[in-house]
Design a protein around this ligand. Sequence first.
Ligand code: 3PG
Length: 208
Amino acid sequence: MKTINDILDAASVIPVLEVAALDQAAPLAKALAAGGLRVIELTLRTDCALDAVKAMKDAAPDLIVGMGTVRNVGDIEQSIAAGAEFLVTPGTSARLLSALADCGAPALPGVATASEAMTAYEAGFAAMKFFPAEPAGGLAYLKSLGGPLPGIVFCPTGGISADKAPEYLSLANVACVGGSWIATKAMVSGGDWAAIEANARRAASMKS
Ligand code: 3PG
């Protein structure tokens, strides 16, 4: 099994995806892989999200498919059973954090404050999702965490655009950025695979 560091090494930008219909999964996976992206976060917000993990892996076997919007122990179990290769949570309750630490799958627990980051670090996590990045303080906030929390790296997500991503990626404590801009809900439901591939290509050229 890959470690979270293996996964972060393979990605500067992680597209955050919502798949509303299962037949969107394969062409979406192919477009993202064709654009050069290696790691994706599929959100657990639609009825077919769990089935979409396998459909995306079948269509693009080299993609590393993670499950996002993991909010409770049941979500962890179902995501792993569905084949998710890593887990992402929007925030962390004490119970969720301990279940994530116990489940053995690579994970990015969600945090938005120094205290939450320190709690997750104590639970064994040194890489975290910083969410919602822009409303929670953005670049300035993350830069401020770098001094007192030197052992922690973040994947900021929430409100980040293609134009803002490079600045985030230039921070020493940012391992990658996440965002829905690469394949928005409208682009996915409209089957706009060429535009998604073009966005993926631009994102894949960004370096952390
Ligand atoms: C999410 O989990 O919804 C992500 O943070 C997406 O945020 P964005 O749509 O602002 O990129």
